[in-house]
Structure formats: structure tokens, C-alpha cells
Design a protein around this ligand. Sequence first.
Ligand SMILES: Cc1cc2nc3c(=O)[nH]c(=O)nc-3n(C[C@H](O)[C@H](O)[C@H](O)COP(=O)(O)OP(=O)(O)OC[C@H]3O[C@@H](n4cnc5c(N)ncnc54)[C@H](O)[C@@H]3O)c2cc1C
Ligand code: FES
Length: 263
Amino acid sequence: MPPVLCKAPVVQQAAVVPGVYRLAFTAPEIARTVQPGQFVHLRVGSTHDPLLRRPFGVHDVDRECGTVSILFQVVGRGTAILAEVRPGGVLDVLGPLGRGFTLPAPALPVALVAGGLGIAPLAFLLRRLAAAGIKGSLFQGARTAGLLLGAEETVPGFKRRLATDDGTAGHRGSVVDLFTASLVAGYRYAYVYAAGPYPMLRALATRMREYRLEGEVSLEERMACGLGACLCCSTGVQSDSGTGYARVCADGPVFPVREVAWS
Ligand SMILES: Cc1cc2nc3c(=O)[nH]c(=O)nc-3n(C[C@H](O)[C@H](O)[C@H](O)COP(=O)(O)OP(=O)(O)OC[C@H]3O[C@@H](n4cnc5c(N)ncnc54)[C@H](O)[C@@H]3O)c2cc1C
Ligand code: FES
């Protein structure tokens, strides 16, 4: 479905943990068609500064109410402005954009591996997989226990395994180490979905290659148009015929893990 540009009334804005917000807005056309892994491109503020939109993966949708939610972290000026938006305000939204995760999963059981804010798009995927009766494990990592967003939620058919860098919840260490430990213990996953910081995804890709696992990762790049026209979000990709470039906004943000030319 082609993306729509709309004025979306904000219906919820709440700090989930310090510096991380959940924002919901009404955009029925986007809510009706958006798929896990796709993103929305938001204008932050009402002036031309900042000029460029900011991309955010869709965290949840309520198709009946026509609402779309994002989960975002304040990292700079744009997200700081977005954190000030209140219910009753109106956002300028372009979406849904990009290519999402492959659904249904090509093979079962699945593993979802989320690092930090990577849980934002993966939570939407998780709910969709669970609703389809698909089973598997969610490996979720964060710096510390308080940043394990949604860790208390139970999802039918999915076992949630936690990792924290400081050991305050679950495994002490990275989520990739936790995932690797399960492989060493003999667990096998027919398909892996992942989102999180680039170094974490690169480490995961290495493990997946070692264990011959197939799957998809959601990549992030700085974006301008979000529509595939400006090429500013290019990333290296590889195939049997050689290496090249793909646009994260239009050819991704979700890519088969073996197609990414990790740098
Ligand atoms: C497809 C996609 C989906 C995303 N989904 C989410 C999400 O669900 N939740 C969320 O919190 N963030 C998400 N992001 C990242 C989000 O777009 C950036 O954090 C945001 O644009 C930063 O804007 P800013 O003006 O606050 O920061 P800026 O002032 O522009 O930058 C502040 C810092 O953030 C870094 N940064 C900015 N944009 C990106 C980016 N695209 N990728 C990596 N680092 C960046 C900059 O290098 C800099 O260090 C996503 C990005 C992409 C491309
Ligand atoms: S942001 Fe313009 S091509 Fe991707």
C-alpha cells in the first residue's frame, strides 16, 4: 500500500522509563495496513527546524481504534521536541514506510533477539506471531533491569529470556551471549528476527553464520526523504553476484541477515 501523509491527533504520551516515551496517535489508514518492521516518518515540531523528519518503527497498532504507537528514546533535538508533544497535539505523519519482517515466519520455532530499543519494533512482531499461533523465544537485553521495557508482559507461546549488562536481571552480559548460550545448550531456531544497535546485530550475524541460522534484522540509518529518493540511507549489501548498496528506507529497514555486508 502506498504511504499516506496525514495530520494525526496525539492520544497518548507517557514516559515509560526516564528518557523513553510511548506515544500514540490516531492514523486509521496507517493502522489498517502497517506491518511489523515498517516505520513512520514524523515531523517533529511545527516549524521548519528541524527540517528533516525522524523515522520510528511502529511499536503497536489498534486497528479498531485506528491508533499507532511508537516507543522512542530521547537522543537529540528532534526526539527532545517529540517528548514535549501532549495529547490534543497534532503530528505530521508519513507512513507506513519500508519493508517489514517476513510473515508468517518461513519456519518454526522462531527466536526474536532484541537489544535495547530494538524491542520497539519486535514487540509488534511478537504480538502478531503469537496471534498466528507461532511459538518461540524472545531474547531481550538492556543495560540494566529498569530498561527492560515490557519485560513483565507474558505472550502466549513465547518464552522471554532476559539479559542485562550489569546483571540486575536475567543473564549478566549481552543478549547475543544469552542467545549463543541457548544454541550451545542445544536449542535450535528455524528463523531469527532481530533489532537493536548495529554492533549487537553484527555479533548476532556472526553467531547465526556459525550455526547456519536464517533470519532477518532491522537496520537503522540516518534518513532524509524516507522514500528511496535521496540515497542518504544507503547500506552495504551482498549477494552471490557481488556487493552493492541498498536503501534502508525503501529496500529495508528489514533485511535478510545474510544479505547485510557488515562493516
Ligand atoms: C527505520 C528506523 C526505525 C527507528 N525506530 C526507532 C524507534 O522505534 N525508537 C527510537 O527511539 N528510535 C528509532 N530510530 C532512531 C531514531 O530515528 C533516531 O533516534 C532519531 O531520528 C534521532 O533524532 P534526534 O533529532 O533526536 O537526534 P539527532 O540530534 O539527529 O542525533 C542524536 C544522536 O542520535 C544518533 N542518531 C540519529 N538518527 C539515528 C538513526 N536513524 N540511527 C541511529 N542513530 C541515530 C545520531 O548519530 C546522534 O548520535 C529508528 C531509526 C530508523 C532509521
Ligand atoms: S532516506 Fe532518502 S533514500 Fe532513504
